[in-house]
Design a protein around this ligand. Structure first.
Ligand SMILES: Nc1ncnc2c1ncn2[C@@H]1O[C@H](COP(=O)(O)OP(=O)(O)OP(=O)(O)O)[C@@H](O)[C@H]1O
Length: 239
């Protein structure tokens, strides 16, 4: 993709926490409708990459361009208003609000409405009157995704959405995330430890190791390269 067509462009990004540098010289481009999986072992900087996109780390080098504009000076709220949707690893649903209130309280004008979110997650419609703390882990994750959609983002960042969920829920949520970009055209970046799940949810992939990109390809090419998966993730094959 030509960099001038990109929705998001990272150029030689270095970032971390205080004096600790975590991300080192990261560059990639994402166009509208693209889906990217971010893979890597524990502690290599996957979450830090998403936190950096949201403005929650210290950027010490490089540039992050969002629709061609350098967003270094924007805080997380401003980035959210600019179209970055964030589904944090901890889900952070409002425990004392109902499902429907969790969704409507953050709603911004745009194509994603309550009805559309309920269409994607019928389970949330059934649980619309339940409080956030009355939901199962899977329902909370669906709510976290639905809530991010209600802000009508142009890019959805998902941090390990499948963590701790039962296989049947992983299947249901995975199908919804796949539908999000194949049917709804949503641009997504998903951080995921497990390569089978990650590569099913995105058409392109990067592998991070110690804060650097060590592999970048289509998901299909990575799936077909057990030696790459083994080298960087210690799994012999994405089976
Ligand atoms: N708030 C923080 N302050 C200081 N260091 C941090 C902070 N968050 C993460 N780190 C450090 O940054 C490095 C990368 O962590 P990060 O959470 O981005 O990795 P990860 O690839 O997402 O790991 P995991 O798969 O275990 O979640 C680690 O060494 C971690 O200890």
């Amino acid at each position: 993709m030509n960099a001038t067509d990109s929705l998001l462009q990272l150029e030689h990004v270095r970032a971390g926490y205080g004096d600790a540098m975590v991300l080192d010289d990261l560059s990639f481009c994402l166009g509208a409708g693209d889906s990217l999986a971010v893979l890597g072992r524990n502690g290599v900087g996957k979450t830090t990459l998403l936190e950096t996109l949201m403005g929650n780390t210290r950027l010490t080098g490089g540039r992050i361009l969002w629709q061609g504009r350098d967003i270094a000076r924007l805080d997380a709220c401003q980035r959210s208003r600019a179209g970055l949707g964030w589904v944090p690893q901890e889900r952070e649903v409002f425990a004392s609000l109902t499902v429907e209130e969790n969704l409507t309280v953050v709603a911004c004008r745009g194509p994603w409405t309550l009805d559309r979110v309920y269409g994607l997650f019928p389970r949330l419609r059934e649980r619309r009157a339940n409080l956030g703390n009355e939901l199962s882990g899977g329902e909370q994750q669906m709510l976290a995704v639905g809530r991010a959609l209600m802000t009508n983002p142009r890019l959805l960042l998902l941090d390990e959405p499948m963590e701790g969920l039962a296989p049947i829920v992983v299947e249901e949520l995975g199908a919804a995330i796949i539908a999000l970009h194949t049917q709804e055209g949503m641009t997504t970046i998903v951080v995921e430890q497990h390569p089978v799940i990650a590569l099913a949810m995105a058409s392109t992939a990067i592998i991070l190791d110690r804060g650097r990109i060590v592999h970048q390809s289509s998901s299909a090419a990575l799936r077909a390269s057990p030696e790459t998966l083994d080298r960087w993730l210690n799994v012999a094959a994405a089976e």
